[in-house]
Design a protein around this ligand. Structure first.
Ligand code: ZN
Ligand code: ZN
Length: 216
């Protein structure tokens, strides 16, 4: 897997401090499980956090103390860590995602969004929404803008939009300045994990009408 588009330092730092909403944390953990580069950067940020804590606390810092201390600094409850899952033969979903779906692709309860696109909203805490998206090869997702932050991690296939091409393991970071029409490449159907902290802003009338029903 050749990953071209990575997580930003801000996202990795916020994740290290347990400050991301659960849906973003899930996406970060899933990308990090696929990407050595981001795993090394995340470990560096976690080490910096640990060193800061060591300086104000002379007793050894264990995992639980670190969590609790970071939670106090962030003013938030510690982010739930997905339970480890034993490896299986060629799963599509990395372990952090597998824990939320309760298995691999065959366990996903898809709902149609229109034009062959399907989604499955995952159960996460408040503040952001995580969903799996299934985009048939060659199909476009309705063009839309963003009120907040949208992270999209490709698990299978690839998509292109106005900015670039995103293949397996790549993350697209879209903020309110981005308006795009992602199109799945021909060949394999595209499966993505997407996390958003605000509803998307659709340009066309039909998706706008459907929006309250599909929670996109
Ligand atoms: Zn990465
Ligand atoms: Zn988008």
């Amino acid at each position: 897997m050749t990953i071209v588009h990575h997580l930003s330092d801000q996202l990795l730092m916020a994740h290290a401090a347990g400050q991301l909403p659960e849906a973003f944390g899930l996406l970060v953990a899933t990308h990090v499980s696929l990407c050595d580069e981001c795993r090394i950067r995340l470990e560096a940020f976690e080490a910096v956090g640990g060193a800061l804590l060591d300086r104000c606390d002379s007793v050894p810092v264990d995992e639980a103390r670190l969590e609790a201390c970071l939670a106090r600094i962030g003013g938030l409850a510690p982010e739930p860590r997905p339970a480890p899952v034993p490896p299986r033969a060629r799963p599509l979903f990395p372990a952090p995602l597998d824990a939320y779906v309760g298995g691999d692709l065959d366990k996903v309860r898809w709902r149609p969004v229109g034009m062959g696109v399907r989604q499955a909203v995952l159960r996460t805490g408040r503040g952001a929404t995580a969903r799996l998206l299934y985009i048939p090869a060659g199909q476009a997702v309705p063009d839309h803008g963003h009120r907040g932050l949208e992270l999209t991690l490709v698990l299978q296939g690839a998509f292109r939009d106005e900015s670039d091409r995103f293949g397996p393991g790549d993350v697209e970071i879209a903020d309110p300045s981005v308006k795009h029409t992602p199109v799945a490449e021909a060949g394999a159907d595209c499966i993505c994990l997407a996390a958003t902290d605000a509803p998307l802003r659709f340009t066309g009338l039909i998706p706008k009408l459907a929006q309250p029903f599909v929670r996109i």
